[in-house]
Design a protein around this ligand. Sequence first.
Ligand code: BJW
Length: 239
Amino acid sequence: MLWNRMAHRNLVILTGAGVSAESGVPTFRADDGLWMGHRIEDVATPEAFARDPALVQDFYNRRRRQLATVHPNAAHHALAELAARWEGDFLLVTQNVDDLHDRAHAANPPAAGFELIHMHGELLKAHCAATGRICDWTGDLAVHEPSPHHPQGRLRPHIVWFGEMPLQMDRIEAALARCDLFVAIGTSGAVYPAAGFVELARHAGARTVEINLEPTMGRRRFDEGLYGPATETVPAFCD
Ligand code: BJW
């Protein structure tokens, strides 16, 4: 065990693309900066969707299909096991839009104080552009998919694009304000507001730990770092 569980009751863990990388889901900011042939900034904005809805729907349709071919890895399962036995509050905030954490927790139901938030949305959901109402969506979305919630509405991916407000920020900020252990796993810290969570946790007096393949640009903001593939470091950390 790498940490004293008794000294920490309120835990917040932030995950990013690195936690799903070994499941076969590509990360966003690999060396070439490309994501399925696109710069993420060119497809993950409301402006891109208005300009070229076919390109954006196709981008998310391909990712939704790919999700059916991947599985949770040892890091997702270690976090689910931790959630099953954690006695305090445990907020798992993921920036990932895949459902790999959800599947791991479904196989290992969490204790009462646990909550999972997808702050950047979910690939397997769509929302009505007119009403904001959310529905499950496992297949492809048509370019102008009619909304079941509004006669003139169209469905779009339930994804938080650049310039849009991430989801459930009130709950996340409230948990950070009282957390005493904050861990960021597999995220580059390139995107705000998630990149600023470590500062909110530090302000609350929390111990802060970065777990990543390699030290990130934000390494100095953390008390400690643990480096290597998530499928090895996360189970070791959670043990
Ligand atoms: C491994 C590994 C292995 C690899 N094991 N590790 C302040 C300053 C400057 C700009 C802004 C600012 N505030 C807001 C902005 C604007 C903008 C922003 O941050 N822009 C930046 C480019 C600078 N932010 C926004 O627009 C956000 N909205 C917003 O701020 O609203 C206003 C607001 C104000 C105040 C409070 C609250 C709100 C919205 C951001 C939406 C991000 N959306 C995306 C795409 C949609 C989802 C999708 O299509 O999938 O979300 S962008 C993309 O980046 C995706 C990710 O969730 C996100 C983070 O990426 P992540 O997960 O960190 O991945 P990578 O690839 O960057 O890193 C992977 C890491 O894993 C690396 O470190 C590897 O080393 C590691 N790794 N293999 C362990 N095996």
